[in-house]
Write a protein that binds this ligand. Sequence first.
Ligand code: URA
Length: 248
Amino acid sequence: MDLQVRKRYMQAMGIPVWMPKASVEEEIPPAPPFSKGGVDMPLPVVPSSPLPVAPDCSTLSWQDLRTAVQSCTRCAISKTRTQTVFGTGNQQAAWMVIGEAPGAEEDRQGEPFVGKAGQLLNNMLLAIGMPRETVYIANVLKCRPPNNRDPHADEAANCRGYLERQITLVNPTLILVVGRIAAQNLLQTTAPLARLRGQEHHVPVSGTPVVVTYHPAYLLRQPSDKRKAWQDLLFAREVFARHAQPPL
Ligand code: URA
């Protein structure tokens, strides 16, 4: 990519462009612990009771899937939601973005990533040449957890069938997962974010390539890590190029 263009993109993400190149490419040290949407949090407690079985949505159309989500009452958080947040964007997208769960603004508007973190996500997508309207965006949970707490394991299990069907219907070439919680849930792992970044993963069952980066809400609190997020986005583009079908 032309250096000037890249500079403009990095500016859109809020990355200081005067950083010497060596420091952009330096070894990534292990990230410090953070409280939410961040990295290296304590691993989730393994639930003592068996997790619920995800609803079988494997034959549902987009419309039926949306209706199933809207009427879902499998978790207690369905009682506190304003509305479900299904997902948005291009249903034939080459890139899919998966986050954790709706926040207050998403719960109000019924669309994922519309708050401050959503604005940064939009800039990140623009920076990598994939404007928001070209991708499909969804969350692990379709209902807002009260006070933006982390999703519980049983809630993620209850919602898994919905997300899996969205992935199957979109059939993206690449999934960009933002944040530890979403990554651990999608990839069914307890590995910390620091170990998940910088590698190509695959969705269990579908085998869709996955790249993991920081949650934009975390980047708003820790803007110095935007440079590492930029490296993740460049890596995502590489993985995408490896898997994209050449035009006929
Ligand atoms: N954070 C998420 O993970 N998803 C949203 O939709 C909004 C904020």
